[in-house]
Write a protein that binds this ligand. Structure first.
Ligand code: C2E
Ligand code: CA
Ligand code: CA
Ligand code: CA
Length: 276
């Protein structure tokens, strides 16, 4: 069985040994990619449903390998989580987001950027140092947000909570990613120092046709609002879904129907036409 990696390269998977070798190969190449300028961030806007204005950007990692073509973050980020590579990768991402933020500001575009954090980063305080460093390099406050899944935050609750509180105290709001995608503990959500939930695409993708999904989405929105949290729906692919989300009380939305993730320059062009 051949498995595609990237857009141009196929490796054969099968035995655990071959899988392990393939993973090792990806990690080795990723180390080079970090030094070799093969990585980029693309930005996907989030819009406020009431005003239509852009309220935030999500930074999404892209890897253009010279031989393999595009390697999807889903294919390599999970592999880094078992290694120390996740630290330099996160550091690179935070610094690139800061760099792009400064260029956007020069163009008069002042929109917060959300960076995704891998599960595992909350296991030690290194992430607090990395975030403090990029915040210290930039004059304006409140520009950086962090997206983390609930699973990441619940892995070692005691330690994770302490680190999350430090991140919030430094001035980086925490958004709960993929809410409703897997196991969600509404009770635990109350204890997390988060200010936004992002409802996963699997929950909202049929709300225009499926009454049960619509009811679940409504319940999640109401629950979040009771806790004083904002609600962003992600993976919005149609106008019908966008309209339903507004009816259900959702605050903001993100998805291909609004805009795809784009390189910084493309985003700035798009933004000029959108928010002018
Ligand atoms: P995520 O954080 O849940 O990001 C949303 C994913 O859905 C992105 O895939 C995005 O391109 C895609 N998406 C956006 N709108 C739509 C839509 O309307 N329909 C559909 N079908 N998909 C949509 P992407 O960029 O391939 O990223 C996949 C995952 O990789 C992310 O899921 C996130 O978990 C991870 N990731 C991406 N960048 C980073 C990063 O810098 N650091 C870490 N730790 N993880 C990252
Ligand atoms: Ca995310
Ligand atoms: Ca998500
Ligand atoms: Ca996801």
């Amino acid at each position: 069985r051949a498995r595609r990696l990237g857009t141009r390269y196929a490796v054969h998977e099968g035995t655990p040994e071959r899988e392990a070798a393939r993973h090792l190969q990806i990690l080795t190449h990723l180390r080079t990619a970090l030094d070799d300028n093969q990585l980029a961030l693309h930005y996907q806007p989030k819009i406020d449903l009431a005003s239509g204005r852009v309220t935030g950007l999500e930074a999404l990692l892209r890897w253009q390998h010279p031989d393999w073509g595009n390697v999807r973050p889903d294919e390599f980020i999970p592999l880094t989580e078992q290694t120390r590579l996740i630290q330099p990768l996160t550091e690179w991402t935070l610094h690139r987001a800061l760099h792009d933020r400064e260029i956007m500001l020069q163009r008069g575009v002042d929109i917060p950027i959300a960076v995704n954090l891998s599960s595992g980063l909350l296991r030690n305080r290194e992430i607090v140092r990395m975030v403090a460093q990029v915040l210290g390099l930039h004059a304006s406050a409140g520009w950086l947000q962090l997206e983390l899944t609930e699973t990441a935050m619940m892995e070692d609750p005691e330690r994770s909570l302490a680190i999350l509180h430090e991140l919030v105290a430094q001035g980086t709001p925490i958004h709960v990613d993929d809410f409703g995608a897997g196991y969600s503990s509404l009770g635990y959500l109350q204890r997390l120092p988060v200010d936004t939930i992002k409802i996963d695409r699997v929950l909202i993708q049929h709300i225009d046709r499926d009454a049960r999904n619509a009811a679940l989405t409504r319940a999640a929105v109401e629950f979040a609002h009771v806790l004083g949290l904002k609600v962003v729906a992600e993976g919005v692919e149609t106008k019908a879904i966008l309209q339903r989300l507004e009816v259900l009380g959702c605050d903001a939305a993100q998805g291909y129907f609004i805009a795809r993730p784009m390189p910084r320059g493309d985003f700035l062009d798009w933004f000029e036409h959108h928010d002018g």
